[in-house]
Design a protein around this ligand. Structure first.
Ligand code: G3P
Length: 217
């Protein structure tokens, strides 16, 4: 499973990237807004040091403007993927962009039908939002299983990015369900490598080692 970082925070991305665990980055208008920096400036900065796809989202919703905007965003760096919302105009834009070799990430996917349509339209990535489905009292992980089955059934090449991941369990279950990629918020990422029993184990090994050294002095 590839790990993408779901943030536009450069410091957070640098820290995880230095661990060798960042395979790419996804951003959206809300994440850009949170950083309060110029859209192009922050995306090109991220793209300059992350060796993997960086998703940057269009902010228009009609086909013509989306395609125009996507063509411009795609020029910012070689590893840019243009994020397109899952709408009728979005599907048309994904189709047009895929034909001219611009990689797309079709976002805001909440059903198998939407994912299947985006994949058929030629999306490089499709992004089902697990957490937001759970928020509705439904099962976000089930959608990952179902989309994986459907893509495999028909040999469709889009990769599934499990998005809107909120918990360790979401990540683990998305991996078990076969999502190609998980896009993980920076703050959650840091929680994934810790476990109270690991911390406790280190403390007790350290204590026993210190006692052994004392005894054998
Ligand atoms: O990648 C999509 C993600 O940013 C949405 O997450 O937590 O706002 O549902 P969330």
């Amino acid at each position: 499973m590839k790990f993408f970082l779901d943030t536009a925070n450069v410091d957070q991305i640098k820290r995880i990237n230095d661990l060798g665990l960042c395979d790419g980055v996804t951003t959206n208008p809300s994440l850009i807004n949170k950083e309060g920096r110029d859209f192009k400036e922050v995306v090109t900065e991220i793209a300059s040091f992350v060796d993997g796809p960086i998703s940057a989202e269009v902010t228009s919703y009609d086909y013509e403007t989306m395609v125009k905007e996507a063509r411009e965003i795609a020029k910012w760096a070689d590893n840019i993927v243009v994020k397109i919302p899952m709408t009728e105009d979005g599907l048309k834009a994904v189709n047009t962009l895929s034909k001219v070799g611009i990689k797309t990430n079709c976002t805001l996917i909440f059903s198998v039908a939407q994912g299947l349509m985006a994949a058929k339209a030629g999306a490089t990535y499709i992004s089902p939002f697990i957490g937001r489905i759970d928020d509705m009292g439904e099962d976000g992980i089930r959608l990952i299983y179902d989309l994986k089955t459907v893509l495999d059934n028909y040999g469709l090449e889009s990769e599934i990015i499990a998005a809107s991941i909120r918990t360790n369990k979401h990540l683990e279950e998305a991996a078990i369900a076969g999502a190609h990629i998980a896009t993980i918020p920076g703050t959650l990422f840091e929680k994934l490598w810790t476990h109270p029993l690991t911390t406790q184990g280190i403390e007790s090994f350290k204590k026993d080692w210190d006692s052994f050294i004392e005894k054998t002095k």
